[in-house]
Design a protein around this ligand. Structure first.
Ligand SMILES: [Zn+2]
Length: 467
């Protein structure tokens, strides 16, 4: 009896990540014991996917006024003392000693982004305007309890599509609303997930009043002011988009209240709700990093906040949820294997022609920047081979080249789109012509990403060895 696949099976099938129980034959050891509990190993397909996704996210944010950052993974513990992480979050951090000094692996990107802001205003004074927005595809490490660690869904090493916005209080509602617009754009245009009242719920996560000063940093007055403010912003968003919202006490981050965005991935009864995006409101870091003082001097107002936000949250977690709910089907732009070109061989006489045509077409697709694999099959085994591809690397498109196709001057392309495969024929008097025709089919699938990011990353690869 076959068991239902889970996201790590899909991740391995698509060559995105290795299952931790994969035993490396020559070493006689499994990947998980070498990497450590909760540290995923992304493999070749995952490398392509992550690079493409990062390029899209960087361009998307840069076009919307965010500055782009890339900050260290490890730093002196002094930075995290200043930010309060050592006081409130140390149990979740990897902390170690070097040369008699304490160092930490970053669990969050915020302190670095704030330091970038302070460094800019130190040098350029009030020429640096607010809101000041910094974005990073930021890798963080957190010591999650070992019992809760699971595959990509909850790992100890993960990557946030993270940004911090330093804003005056008077602009904060506008900032939060535009962050929510960005979230909707990414989900719908990049991942084909529509955000509407039936798929999205907002949740306001508040402090537990009895734990302010112990689990939650700051004073009761500060929390009340911030929570009232965020409630107002949440109501504005909920009514603008017609969304439902709930409130949850004790679920806030230690530095401030937040809006969590719960999104249903997958369709119909199989769909499942995930907590993905987040917008957090922070009055603690501005105080600790003396941003109140800097803002008063430079902008004439102390009414300033830091907003932490992530649109999909963690790339690993989002990917795990997406693979689970869409059974390993990724959007064309992110698919590790975009094309499988199959030469259908039958009868010796024409086989060489078929092979040459299919190989040239495959190479032309790689030259255009696509990830493609070349494989061979026969008419009688064709459907079985396609089933194998579908249950394995799941190419976004399968291209069939056989004797009949060459003689007719057309090849068949089967593209996965909107939940099913669609077959179409393209004119193909020669391999380069066929590659041009296939490229224009692909361009249509790339269009929504181009629209929001101003570009489409084409990271080519010959992945024939995976077929
Ligand atoms: Zn942050």
């Amino acid at each position: 009896m076959s068991q239902e696949k889970d996201h790590m099976d899909y991740a391995q099938d698509l060559d995105i990540a290795a299952r931790p129980d994969l035993t490396i034959s020559v070493l006689g050891t499994d990947v998980g014991s070498l990497l450590g509990h909760g540290i995923p190993l992304f493999t070749i397909g995952g490398g392509y996917l992550r690079s493409a996704l990062s390029q899209i996210l960087v361009n998307f944010h840069a076009r919307r006024g965010y500055y782009i950052a890339e900050t260290p993974i490890v730093s002196s513990g002094a930075l995290f003392e200043l930010s309060g992480h050592m006081g409130y979050y140390k149990q979740n951090m990897f902390v170690f000693q070097v040369e008699g000094k304490e160092y930490a692996v970053k669990p969050m990107n915020c302190p670095f982004h704030i330091l970038i802001f302070l460094s800019e205003v130190t040098r350029h004074r009030n020429k640096v305007s607010l809101p000041f927005k910094v974005f990073e595809v930021g890798r963080v490490h957190r010591l999650e309890p070992s019992g809760s660690v699971y595959g990509l869904l909850r790992s100890r090493s993960f990557t946030q599509d993270d940004a911090h916005i330093i804003t005056l209080g008077k602009d904060a509602v506008n900032v939060i609303t535009s962050v929510f617009d960005e979230m909707i754009t990414i989900y719908s245009k990049l991942f084909n997930v529509e955000m509407n009242p039936s798929t999205v719920t907002l949740r306001l996560s508040l402090s537990d009043k009895s734990k302010i000063g112990t689990d939650f940093m700051g004073t009761k007055d500060e929390w009340e002011k911030a929570e009232d403010f965020l409630r107002g912003a949440l109501e504005a968003i909920a009514s603008k988009y017609g969304l439902r919202y709930t409130a949850a006490e004790g679920e806030a981050a230690f530095y401030g209240p937040k809006i969590d965005v719960l999104v249903k991935l997958g369709s119909g009864q199989e769909g499942k709700e995930w907590q993905l995006g987040t917008i957090q409101f922070d009055f603690n870091l501005p105080r600790r990093f003396k941003i109140f003082d800097a803002a008063k001097e430079l902008y004439g107002s102390e009414d300033v906040y830091i907003i932490h936000r992530a649109l999909i949250g963690s790339i690993e977690r989002f990917l795990g949820a997406y693979l689970d709910n869409y059974k390993g089907r990724l959007p064309f732009v992110l698919a590790p294997l975009q094309f499988a070109v199959l030469a259908i061989k039958a009868g010796d006489e024409f086989d060489k022609r078929v092979e040459d045509f299919a190989l040239s077409l495959h190479r032309a697709l790689v030259a255009k920047g696509f990830r493609s694999g070349y494989g061979e099959t026969t008419r009688t085994s064709l459907s079985g081979d396609v089933r194998l591809l579908e249950s394995g690397p799941k190419p976004a498109a399968i291209v069939y080249v056989g004797r009949r196709e060459i003689e007719k001057g057309s090849v068949t392309v089967s593209i996965y789109e909107g939940g099913s495969r669609r077959q179409t024929s393209v004119n193909a008097s020669d391999p380069l012509g066929a590659a041009d025709a296939i490229e224009s089919l692909a361009s249509r699938l790339e269009e929504p990403v181009k629209e929001i990011a101003g570009m489409v990353p084409r990271i080519p690869g010959d992945l024939s060895y995976q077929l």
